[in-house]
Design a protein around this ligand. Structure first.
Ligand code: SF4
Length: 486
């Protein structure tokens, strides 16, 4: 079959951000490739209707989160009205936690949970001109779904990136690329989808699954042969939970066979000398380890992060002693947090000495326990729309804070990173946060230090002039749009 008459799937996503490549659709594209399908991608920010008109695909597959629900709802209606014959399916976090949404959306079906086992079956149905009812993990209008056990990661094809890089070449040129070595997280933080996800899949397979070391190495080498690659971001929720045989093999082989430094995410509870020394040996040169709140009570009761203050400090000290550049995040605006508790987060961040200490506003994403807690406590406005619950960099939507408190949180979010890096300015920061109204200069300071610290210490990759200009423009747009409501 020639490229021209191969069937096509058009993936529809909300937008692209340099912070991460859309692994979910790239994984599905790999299954499509195996079946002889061509993948394309577009976003809600582009003229997707014109793209469909110009080259109608055989299937449209959208991946969306709750925060993007309103935009996708409109898009599905517009697409269905213009192209009623093209089958359209939705997947990702929102349909997983609200599969009934298929009844309200102009979609033919939604995929609940992992789409690995079903995507090829789905393509076969399209080839045969049949509907999707009865397929595992698939809910169609009026037909419930049956959940399949979790996928075995050693059976996954390597993700397919070419179609995405062709559409968005800056990602191909960007010398940082992301990979996964695992799926799943054993923790149950209230503000995260993993707790609900783990409940949904309880008894249906191992939650925390690791790929064979050889697969990870071979995937990186294959990509390195094709695209520029200087630094790796392992995007696993928690890269490693202990110094086990997997980490020992990885630490032995990865530096010899790949030899590219990497960044990963860790949880302080899983950090000890054995883990950090193996990570360093493997090539870990930067890592993210969230504090989330400097107040132990809030951390434990509101967030279900059962990590002591001392454990957090010891974990950072250990990473710092190996010269691994640390990035941490703390969430402001947790119900029950007054100025004292917000300052505790700033102080703990300063004590932990990360190279980049960021701050966000906690967001009650629908489908998380934290959302339910906010509803129970009556701090979520009854008219809160999904659009209001979408950003961790906008003023809090919670009613337990007055306008002045919300403004202080957002000013701390903006001035926190520079203060954590240069603690000597803390008195000035406190003065500005308490006495000076929020303004564009704070946003500019935030934008500059966020991008400077991140690119200097956390993902230190080299850019050509063209990339630099494009990146500056993109980060400016992304940051200022995110901060638009503050
Ligand atoms: S450790 Fe991270 S990924 Fe895991 S549940 Fe908590 S927030 Fe989610």
């Amino acid at each position: 079959m020639t490229e021209q008459n191969r069937p096509e799937v058009l993936f529809l996503i909300h937008d692209v951000a340099l912070a991460g490549e859309p692994h979910g659709i790239m994984q599905l594209a790999a299954y499509g490739k195996r079946k002889g399908w061509v993948s394309r991608v577009t976003t809600l920010k582009l003229d997707y209707l014109a793209e469909i008109e110009e080259r109608p695909p055989q299937l449209i597959a959208a991946s969306f989160m709750s925060a993007d629900y309103p935009g996708f709802k409109k898009a599905f209606s517009a697409i269905k009205a213009a192209f009623p014959a093209i089958p359209m399916i939705g997947g990702g976090p929102h349909p997983t936690f609200d599969p009934d949404c298929v009844e309200q959306l102009a979609l033919d079906a939604v995929c609940v949970g992992e789409g690995d086992q079903v995507f090829e079956l789905l393509l076969e149905r399209v080839e045969q001109g049949q509907g999707f009812a009865g397929l595992p993990n698939i809910r169609t209008k009026g037909n419930p779904h049956i959940l399949e056990p979790l996928a075995h990661l050693d059976e996954l094809p390597f993700i397919e990136r070419d179609f995405f890089y062709e559409k968005f070449p800056i990602f191909a040129r960007f010398k940082l690329k992301s990979f996964f070595t695992s799926r799943g997280c054993p923790y149950r933080c209230t503000y995260c989808f993993n707790a609900s996800y783990n409940d949904m899949y309880k008894g249906m397979g191992k939650i925390l699954r690791k790929r064979p070391v050889s697969d990870v190495i071979n995937e990186v080498l294959a990509l390195k042969a094709k695209y520029p690659l200087e630094y790796i971001r392992f995007a696993d929720d928690v890269f490693q939970v202990k110094a086990d045989a997997w980490l020992e093999e990885f630490a032995e082989r990865f530096p010899k066979e790949v030899g590219i430094p990497f960044y990963c995410l860790m949880h302080a509870n899983n950090v000890d000398e054995a883990v950090v020394s193996l990570l360093y040996k493997a090539g870990c040169r930067s890592a993210c380890m969230s504090i989330e709140s400097g107040d132990p009570e809030l951390r434990k009761l509101m967030l279900k992060r059962n990590t002591s203050q001392q454990k957090i400090i010891d974990a950072f000290d250990l990473f710092n002693s190996y010269g691994i550049n640390m990035y941490t995040n703390s969430m402001l605006g947790i119900p029950g947090a007054g100025f004292e508790q917000e300052l505790a987060s700033l102080d703990l961040s300063i004590r932990c000495k990360p190279k980049y200490g960021s701050f966000t506003i906690i967001t009650p994403y629908p489908g998380t326990q934290f959302h339910d807690i906010c509803v129970e406590q009556g701090v979520l406005p009854s008219d809160a729309s999904d659009e209001m619950l979408q950003s961790t960099r906008e003023t809090s939507v919670l009613t337990c804070f007055n306008e002045q408190e919300k403004q202080m949180q957002i000013k701390l979010l903006k001035l926190g990173p520079v203060t954590v890096r240069f603690p000597v300015i803390k008195p000035l920061t406190l003065f500005l946060v308490q006495k000076v109204p929020d303004n564009r200069l704070f946003s500019l300071v935030y934008w500059f230090f966020r991008n400077y610290l991140f690119s200097k210490y956390i993902v230190p990759v080299q850019f050509g002039t063209k990339e630099k200009v494009e990146l500056i423009w993109r980060t400016l747009v992304e940051d200022f749009l995110q901060l638009k409501k503050s």
